[in-house]
Structures are given as C-alpha cells and as structure tokens.
Design a protein around this ligand. Structure first.
Ligand SMILES: *[C@@H]1O[C@H](CO)[C@@H](O)[C@H](O)[C@H]1NC(C)=O
Ligand SMILES: *[C@@H]1O[C@H](CO)[C@@H](O)[C@H](O)[C@H]1NC(C)=O
Ligand SMILES: *[C@@H]1O[C@H](CO)[C@@H](O)[C@H](O)[C@H]1NC(C)=O
Ligand SMILES: *[C@@H]1O[C@H](CO)[C@@H](O)[C@H](O)[C@H]1NC(C)=O
Length: 255
C-alpha cells in the first residue's frame, strides 16, 4: 500500500470511529427535536385492568388485548403542525374501533385517543417511510397487532383471565418461548392490604426495520418516555417477578 493510500485508509477508519462516538448514547433536547429514536414500543393493554384503574366511563371492556400505542423511544410530539385527520384513516375505521378502542371512553364515539397517539408518537414514528402518513402509521400498527396475535399466544399457553393467580416468571417464559424475544410486562402494584399485582400492559419492541427485539428493562424500572402511565390512583410499572399476578376477567368482584 502506498503511503498516500494508507493515509486515506487510516483517515477513513478514524472518521468511522469518530462518527460512532458522536452518535453514542447521550442525547440532548435538540436531539430529541431531531428525533433520533432507535426502537419502537408496541403496547397492548388489557382493557379490564385499564378500567380498574379508572372506571369512570368504562362500559363492558373488550375481553381481548387491545392496542394502546406504537411509540418510538426518546421522541415525542415531533411535528405539531401535522394534525390528526380521521378522514385519512376512514378505510380502516372498523378495525381501529375493534382493536384500538378508547377503552376509557367507550360510550363516547370520539377520536381523541387516536389523535393523542398520533400527535405524541405518530409524528415521531413518521420519520420511517413505512410509517410516514396517518394511514400508514395506524395501518401498520393494526398489521403488527394481527401478526403478533398476543391473544392467540396467551390462549395457546393456557394463560386466561382467572380468579386464581399466575406466577409472573411463568407468563414471561411463555411469551419469550413463543416470540423468541422478551417483551416488557407491566402491572398495577398491589393496593394497600392486597398481595397480588394486576397485569395491565404488554409491550413488544421493534427495530426500525420492524423486527422484533428484546425489550431490555430492569425490574422496577420504567421506560423514561412512558414512565408514568397513571390513571386515577393506579400506576403501571414493570411487574415484580416475586408477586402473585392477577389477570382479571371482570372490572369488579375481586378481593
Ligand atoms: C410537519 O408536518 C407538515 C404537515 O404534514 C409538513 O408539511 C412538514 O414538512 C413537517 N415538518 C417536519 C419538520 O417534518
Ligand atoms: C383530511 O383528509 C382528507 C382526506 O385526505 C382531506 O380531503 C381533507 O382536506 C383533510 N382535512 C383537513 C382539515 O386537513
Ligand atoms: C361513530 O362515528 C362513526 C363516524 O364517525 C359512525 O360511522 C358510527 O355510526 C358512529 N357510531 C355510533 C355508535 O354513533
Ligand atoms: C418485589 O416484591 C417483593 C415482595 O413484596 C419486594 O420485597 C421487592 O422489593 C419487590 N421488587 C421490586 C423491584 O420492586
């Protein structure tokens, strides 16, 4: 190799090294605005538990896991001028109502829940070409929902709503065996005087190529972006492996 070439070769590697260094984990407010997110959290929630958290306007919650949202990590409200427009998703409205219902406001035929999800998360997800319109964002989430088929998975594993308790590691193992990756499982912690936590949300993690990956979380930790999903007095947090776990079939009627 001639000295000049060697020089470029070294310079080349030096730039690569520099570049890796400059995109490392630290991020600032301006990074958030330019939304360099890396992972998508695809959250399903259990409507009965959501209603237990705030039963004000919950009527007859669905007895299947529904979509909560599709969330880029580390980015929120990325484009405040890109307004939600329900007409854009008119072709998928019946699936939206069925699989992505506003569990907390079931009697109101309204679209605020989808607007909120679009404004806060969809406008950030839209940096991906496959998600860069409202139709694509909501449509892709519905597609992922069918593909993941969490309801089918739990049923096959014999994990059904019940008045007896589950062991959290058993639920975790069943899901990990089925999907080959570890989802993030969230619960409402035991109330005063109770011993069991209540399962409420299961999140799957995806790369930007929409491949399933492990959600890496430490027990007791919350995702910084969705740290405090709080309704009424209850708050979801990562389930505790050692506590008995309730998977309720009814909003009321458990002591
Ligand atoms: C925000 O959304 C509007 C409307 O879709 C679009 O014209 C504009 O380019 C977007 N801005 C950015 C920074 O992506
Ligand atoms: C909403 O979307 C429809 C269909 O794309 C479009 O015709 C309409 O102008 C949009 N409305 C607003 C307020 O942007
Ligand atoms: C809810 O609204 C949609 C259109 O926005 C309409 O097609 C549907 O019939 C409404 N349902 C009820 C129960 O009012
Ligand atoms: C899990 O629950 C046990 C028993 O209540 C408690 O001792 C432990 O600190 C909890 N772990 C976390 C990470 O909250």
């Amino acid at each position: 190799m001639k000295p000049a070439k060697l020089h470029f070769w070294i310079l080349g590697w030096f730039s690569v090294a520099l570049c890796c260094w400059c995109t490392s984990e630290t991020f600032t407010q301006s990074d958030i605005r330019s939304h360099p997110w890396k992972k998508l959290y695809f959250a399903h929630h259990w409507p009965v538990t959501v209603c237990k958290m705030n039963a004000n306007d919950c009527h007859d919650p669905p007895k299947y896991w529904t979509i909560h949202g599709l969330w880029p990590d580390r980015a929120e409200d990325c484009n405040r001028t890109w307004h939600f427009n329900v007409t854009e998703i008119k072709d998928i409205l019946s699936d939206m109502r069925h699989y992505w219902p506003d569990v907390l406001h079931s009697s109101l035929n309204r679209t605020q829940f989808w607007k909120h999800e679009w404004d806060k998360h969809g406008t950030c997800a839209a940096t991906l070409e496959v998600l860069n319109s409202q139709k694509k964002y909501f449509g892709k989430a519905l597609e992922l929902y069918q593909h993941i088929d969490l309801n089918g998975c739990l049923l096959k594993a014999g994990i059904k709503p019940s008045s007896s308790y589950y062991k959290m590691p058993a639920i975790k193992e069943a899901l990990t065996r089925f999907y080959g990756v570890t989802p993030k499982i969230q619960c409402i912690p035991p109330e005063e005087g109770e011993k069991a936590q209540t399962i409420g949300q299961i999140e799957f993690c995806f790369t930007k190529e929409l491949q399933l990956v492990n959600c890496v979380v430490l027990e007791g930790e919350s995702n910084p972006m969705q740290a405090h999903f709080k309704l009424g007095t209850s708050e979801l947090s990562v389930c505790n492996d050692t506590l008995p776990t309730y998977y309720p079939s009814e909003v009321q009627g458990h002591k």
